[in-house]
Design a binder for this molecule. Structure first.
Ligand code: UDP
Length: 241
């Protein structure tokens, strides 16, 4: 049973892997549809929702620079940020096709494609019940959209960061390599950092720790799980002080 929503404002991080079929790259509108159905249900709960898009289904800067002659790392990272805008545009139209009002804001100015990210304008959109899709990460190279999600959550004063993944939460070890790996229901930021657990990147964890913003890592592929996470049900792994 869903409890009454404990969160007023939520930041949902959707990685690039949510935009394509497992093991593939590019975009799959069918996969995006899985997200969209759940996001629509969340907006009906009356929660203010900002979404940070990843871009790894198209390009990750570091990996691309490592294998590409002649591409400088910053260039590759900017390409990765542009990938998040492609995902953001797809998500925006998919949400609007089911009557969810949205705004796309980009940390890299691109006026004909998206609004610039302006915190106070983002606030107003959220207050009016629009889903705000935040694209282009932080707008600067060498970091990831996890960091953009943590910084975004701090900036818009979100009550929680929900990290949608294709696994059930945070495990003590890789469950594919060790079937006895333990799924944590709760873990502290300090333990995540000291055990080097793969939750979000280290900078993102530090920001959430400093601002005491809880992180919930959960499997969004189970129908209704985004709404359950928003409603504060005990799913996945909660990272707390
Ligand atoms: N990126 C960046 N600065 C940011 C956010 C992202 O340079 O503030 C680049 C980085 O190269 C990253 C890529 O954009 O690899 C795609 O983002 P990310 O890897 O976080 O996507 P995800 O893993 O969530 O799909």
């Amino acid at each position: 049973m869903a409890q009454s929503a404990p969160y007023k404002r939520v930041l949902l991080k959707v990685s690039g892997e949510c935009f394509c079929r497992s093991g593939e790259s590019g975009l799959s509108m069918a996969e995006i549809g899985v997200l969209v159905d759940q996001i629509k249900a969340v907006t009906e709960q009356g929660v203010e929702l900002a979404i940070v898009c990843g871009g790894g289904n198209i390009l990750r800067g570091k990996q691309f620079a490592d294998v590409s002659r002649g591409i400088k790392q910053p260039t590759a990272h900017y390409m990765g940020m542009l990938a998040t805008v492609i995902n953001g545009l797809a998500l925006q139209d998919a949400l609007e096709s089911v009557d969810v009002p949205t705004r796309l804001q980009s940390s890299i100015p691109m006026d004909s494609v998206a609004e610039p990210f302006i915190r106070r304008r983002c606030d107003r959109h959220l207050e009016k019940g629009r889903v705000v899709i935040l694209a282009a990460g932080t707008g600067r190279p060498f970091v990831t959209t996890d960091t953009a999600a943590a910084l975004g959550a701090r900036e818009i004063e979100a009550d929680v960061v929900l990290k949608a993944t294709k696994v059930d939460g945070v495990y003590s070890e890789d469950p594919l390599k060790n079937p006895h790996a333990v799924l944590y229901s709760e873990i502290s930021y300090a333990d995540v950092l000291s055990q080097n657990l793969k939750v979000m990147d280290v900078t993102a964890i530090h920001h959430c720790q400093e601002a005491e913003i809880p992180i919930v890592v959960f499997n969004y592929q189970k129908p209704g799980n985004i709404a359950r996470a928003v409603a504060g049900e005990r799913i996945g792994t909660r990272v707390l002080p």
